[in-house]
Design a protein around this ligand. Structure first.
Ligand code: HEC
Length: 194
């Protein structure tokens, strides 16, 4: 083998080894070193940003301009989905992708009884984020054989629209909400592999 070919051979092997070591390390770094506690914060920030944008710049804006209102019967009526439905529908679509993440809105004073707390964790979490909205409530929850990492974040009335609609609904147990009050919580649940 000529010195030149030998040199090219060694360099190629070195590039291959360094390359695969590099991607291996990068893969490990991105998958292994971000704790679920942080991952769930990332998911929450994206969900909140989307829903706030939808409420303020779509629902509220269209209503103010007299273009179109929002209604729970948006499928049959000419209306936009209310923000809670936007959230539910997007969670169902996310579930279809096969991801292990689920999310829903819950409350101590729900309009829809189905959105009340279903577990001891959810009840404790709602009480905690109502008392200390700046602090999300997180923990590992077992359901049968499955394990979930769950987090509940305070859900604030970010626009007057949230307040008006929740106060006006006869199904709501509370009718004196004000802007920025905690209306409930955003529950995010990530299934933890066995
Ligand atoms: C047009 C009316 C309307 C607006 C605007 C609205 N909501 Fe709701 N919200 C509802 C209804 C109705 C439900 C129950 C939906 C269901 O059947 O699950 C609900 C559900 C919820 C729930 C789950 C607990 C419950 O009460 O059933 C939370 C938390 C919530 N909304 C927070 C908000 C926040 C925060 C905003 C503003 C960003 C907002 N909502 C805007 C009508 C409204």
């Amino acid at each position: 083998m000529s010195a030149r070919r030998w040199f090219v051979g060694v360099v190629s092997v070195a590039i291959y080894v360094i390359g695969s070591w590099g991607t291996g390390q990068a893969g490990k770094e991105s998958a292994g070193s971000v704790p679920l506690e942080t991952v769930v914060d990332y998911i929450h920030s994206v969900l909140e940003a989307d829903r706030t944008f939808y409420t303020v710049h779509v629902v509220e804006r269209m209503q103010r301009r007299g273009v179109i209102g929002s209604s729970e019967k948006w499928r049959s009526e000419s209306a936009l989905p209310i923000p809670a439905q936007f959230f539910q529908e997007s969670s169902s679509l996310a579930a279809l992708t096969g991801s292990n993440v689920r999310y829903r809105l819950i409350s101590l004073n729900p309009i829809n009884k189905q959105n009340g707390s279903r577990t001891e964790f959810e009840q404790k979490a709602l009480e905690a984020v109502t008392a200390h909205p700046e602090q999300p409530y997180k923990g590992l929850v077992k359901e049968g054989d499955a394990r979930y990492f769950q987090a509940v974040y305070a859900d604030h009335a970010v626009s007057q629209n949230c307040v008006t609609c929740h106060n006006a609904d006869p199904r709501s147990a509370k009718h004196d909400y004000k802007l920025n009050d905690v209306l409930g919580g955003v529950l995010i649940s990530i299934r933890v592999p066995e």
